[in-house]
Design a protein around this ligand. Sequence first.
Ligand SMILES: [Zn+2]
Length: 214
Amino acid sequence: MPGAREDRHKFDFDGGTVSLDFVNTVSGMRGGNDPRDRILTYPDLVYWAAQIGLIDSRQAADLYGRAEREPGRAAQAHVEAIRRREALHDVVVAAVGERPPPATALGTVNGWVAEAMAKRRFRMAAPGKFEASLEDDGDLLAFLRPVALDAAELLEDEVSQGLVGVCEERLVGRCAWLFLDTSRNHSRRFCNMDECGNRAKQRRHYQRRKHSQP
Ligand SMILES: [Zn+2]
């Protein structure tokens, strides 16, 4: 099965924040029904990052070129990115279920956040005003640093306030995407109304018809 770049896959951004969209680059159910990881290679990761706007097309072209010239390092960077993504997934899912996070996963997320924080640089934008930016030191995963900082805020704020939901299609083993639930009364049920919401609606409709037939 091809990865996102070869497939020219159009990613969905239903998570409401970049770190959840990163976690949602796996469709279906992890460890269950037909999981599909769209990020099978380092170029797939770059493809996602360009689509979500973490890098521009020039930076993407540069990273594709580096992946061709340094395939070993690119493969290593890909493994590391997936390790971080899965750790974040495990920590958030545990928190949503009000379970303690797996220690290794939390350690990985902490390490990732610390690495990103260490690359924050302040500069004076105008007298008395500072701007922070992330240093691009040429690391193949430098563009994931904003994702780490977003994950840190997510854990401290929305996760801790119970504002992260899991798509209800998980109950039928179809989708377990995570999303920020900013709806009133925390009533959001699906990652996406057009796909998961509609599918659930059609299933209910079909079941009602089946039951009402003699
Ligand atoms: Zn869904």
